[in-house]
Design a protein around this ligand. Structure first.
Ligand code: HEC
Length: 154
């Protein structure tokens, strides 16, 4: 009889400790990854919206149109890339959101304004998705530019 009690007690102890150990292990696995900073539903939404509205010009992977630095005969520039090769990551969030809402600032711009088509949350979700085209250095640089701009406008 006492043997059984001891065996059950030992089993409870082992399972209990095992559970704690497993929980600690999985917690550690979830912290410290940069992916965790972007809420996943935000990202999926942004991807779908980008592919539906923007990819036809800026490319499915943000690669832009060929010879994007050279305007055509009418002086209209092709769509620039949003990846590391372009200069989207040189601009603050506020400025990029303005361009997305209002369109390009050149008189004969090829960039339409989306303010009447997409709401603010959708434009922000697209911007969050565009940031996945950047490397760690571009992300860090653009975060700094965005912080500087915030300080200037406060
Ligand atoms: C019809 C083609 C076209 C579509 C569709 C389009 N763009 Fe553009 N986009 C352009 C062009 C061309 C420019 C360059 C600006 C200019 O010439 O004034 C540009 C510029 C931009 C810029 C500034 C880039 C930089 O590096 O400074 C952003 C940001 C941008 N577009 C985002 C978007 C987003 C987000 C969408 C979808 C919601 C979108 N664009 C859809 C053509 C397009």
């Amino acid at each position: 009889m006492w043997k059984w009690v001891a065996a059950v007690a030992a089993a409870v102890l082992i399972f209990g400790l095992g559970g704690i150990w497993l929980r600690l292990g999985s917690d550690q696995g979830q912290t410290g990854t940069s992916q965790a900073l972007i809420p996943s539903e935000h990202l999926t939404d942004g991807k779908a919206l980008y592919e539906a509205n923007c990819a036809s010009c800026h490319g499915i992977n943000g690669e832009g149109q060929p010879n994007w630095r050279v305007p055509n005969e009418q002086g209209v520039y092709p769509a620039p890339p949003h990846n590391n090769d372009g200069h989207t990551w040189h601009h603050a969030d506020q400025q990029l959101l303005e361009i997305i809402a209002q369109g390009g600032s050149l008189p004969n711009t090829g960039m339409p304004g989306y303010g009447g088509i997409l709401n603010q949350a959708q434009m922000e979700a697209i911007l969050t998705y565009i940031k996945t085209f950047w490397g760690p250095e571009q992300r860090e640089f653009q975060e700094q530019v965005t912080r500087n701009r915030q300080q200037q406008t406060q």
